[in-house]
Design a protein around this ligand. Structure first.
Ligand code: AMP
Length: 472
């Protein structure tokens, strides 16, 4: 059985660069926010495959000696955030194996909703699994396929998957990338020029990875599409029939960096508009707009611009909080939050403050932050959230706790306000969220976490609902 179902990750791939592993390292460095538990790079020189993965941050893992051990002009990379209790190296990606179809390395972002069923069936047929990650299922499906080519076997495997996947593969002298037919998770395609005007192909979860290596964003891998880059050039193939689009709106609300273009749309634009619309829907009688850094910053800028209230950094974030800090043996109240954020008393003292954050999950962070802002002298705290109440868990790759643990699933806005101890609480409406991401006329996004309306059939909904991943 899988002990975890929710995974947030970043993926990267490059074909045709003499320093492919270094480019993958840089790409992952820019995607670090998508996962901080483990990272890995697999490379190929067209014949041999090399792979290195470890727990920790990209910059700590990929030292010069490690990168020198990853030769070749093809590379894929992965950075992974997993839930507590499941942070074993065995689950780190890429997975690199030799099977009856040749050598293959694979990395994936998303969550395959029928992975447990597929795994049971594969185990019945004799497959032996090493990890608890659903990515391994794809490799076994490839090995079991009656198709003879790797691309054919991959197509065969993908057609059996349900849910969300944006994946990158190294298959001998080819890079193959694919996206699920609903397009839940992003996957951008680009091109990079290097020495003497030569060009190579690159792929990444977010375009901020392209900016760092000097690549240009050309297009997205389309939902249901597979792109193969090899010695013969690039081929694009619609491997699955088109499905209604269900792009993850939370990428624009929280997950992606504001300097990225995600699903063909600048995240900055969406996020600032979320803040502007929030100011229109939920105004506040206040002196200052203060973001919860970093996730609330861009929406707070929008809120301030629309409301005419001054924007101030009233909470300062320590960016160097690692996992290895030494906790005091005597408990200090709210230690975790204090370690990360500290209020600026000079700004907050005697003020009525609009505190802007992207979401409330369990409500415990907001409560601690509001207490902190009050202790720093604020006379009133008006909490504003740049999306609707999160009432349902995500099964497509965003880490959310079970429904019961989501405060908005069983409390009214007034009850939540009392729990977080705010003077007032306002959430953005679903209609405004749709407007902010340019989806009011179209129907291209998934809003399941706000509506409970899942865009795909979930064969094992009870099991998915009962799974209990912990947020770190
Ligand atoms: P909570 O205390 O559970 O209400 O956590 C709310 C905080 O978690 C907010 O500041 C959000 O920015 C942040 N957050 C929301 N969703 C996620 C997620 N999927 N992964 C990590 N952090 C998140």
């Amino acid at each position: 059985m899988f002990d975890k179902l929710h995974e947030e990750c970043g993926v990267f791939a490059i074909y045709g660069h003499p320093e492919a592993s270094k480019m993958a390292y840089l790409g992952l460095y820019a995607l670090q926010h998508r996962g901080q538990e483990s990272a890995g790079v697999a490379t190929s020189d067209g014949q041999e495959t090399y792979c290195h993965k470890a727990m920790g941050h990209v910059a700590d893992i990929f030292t010069n000696p490690v990168l020198s051990g990853l030769p070749g002009h093809l590379a894929i990379g992965h950075t992974r955030y997993s839930t507590a209790g499941d942070t074993v190296l065995l689950n780190a990606q890429p997975f690199s194996v030799a099977c009856n179809k040749g050598r293959i390395a694979i990395a994936h972002n998303g969550n395959i909703t029928n992975a447990a069923e597929l795994r049971q069936e594969l185990e019945r047929r004799g497959s032996i699994f090493q990890a608890s990650s659903d990515t391994e299922v794809i490799l076994h499906l490839i090995a079991h396929s009656s198709e003879r080519t790797l691309a054919g076997a991959l197509r065969d495997a993908l057609l059996q998957l349900e849910g969300a996947f944006s994946l990158v593969c190294l298959a001998g002298d080819r890079v193959i990338v694919a996206r699920d037919p609903n397009g839940f998770r992003p996957l951008a395609a680009g091109q990079m020029e290097f020495s003497g005007g030569r060009v190579c192909s690159v792929f990444a979860s977010e375009t901020c990875a392209f900016d760092l290596i000097g690549a240009v964003y050309l297009d997205d891998v389309n939902p249901g599409e597979m792109m193969i880059v090899g010695p013969e050039g690039i081929t694009r193939e619609q491997y699955a029939p088109a499905q209604p689009l269900a792009q993850c709106v939370f990428e624009h609300v929280y997950f992606s960096r504001p300097d990225s273009i995600v699903f063909g749309r600048p995240v900055q634009e969406s996020r600032e508009m979320l803040g502007r619309l929030l100011a229109r829907e939920c105004p506040a009688d206040a002196d200052l707009v203060v973001p919860v850094p970093d996730s609330g910053v861009t929406a707070a800028i929008g809120y301030a611009a629309e409301s005419g209230l001054p924007f101030r950094y009233g909470l300062i974030r320590n960016h160097y909080v690692g996992r290895t800090f030494i906790e005091p043996s005597q408990a200090i109240r709210d230690f975790g939050v204090k370690l990360k954020l500290n209020p600026v008393r000079h700004l907050l003292e005697g003020k009525s403050v609009v505190l802007v954050d992207d979401s409330i999950v369990r409500g415990t962070t907001s409560r601690k932050l509001i207490r902190m802002v009050r202790q720093a002298g604020a006379r009133a705290v008006h909490l504003r959230i740049s999306c609707p109440p999160t009432i349902s868990p995500c099964f497509y790759g965003v880490d959310t706790p079970t429904r019961n643990e989501l405060i908005a699933s069983h409390n009214t806005v007034e009850e939540i306000r009392r729990f977080v101890e705010a003077d007032s609480l306002g959430y953005l409406s679903l209609a405004a969220l749709r407007q902010a991401v340019g989806d009011d006329e179209r129907h291209e996004y998934c809003y399941a976490c706000y509506t409970g309306d899942y865009p795909t059939e979930l064969v094992n909904i009870e099991e998915l609902m009962a799974a209990k991943p912990k947020r770190c």
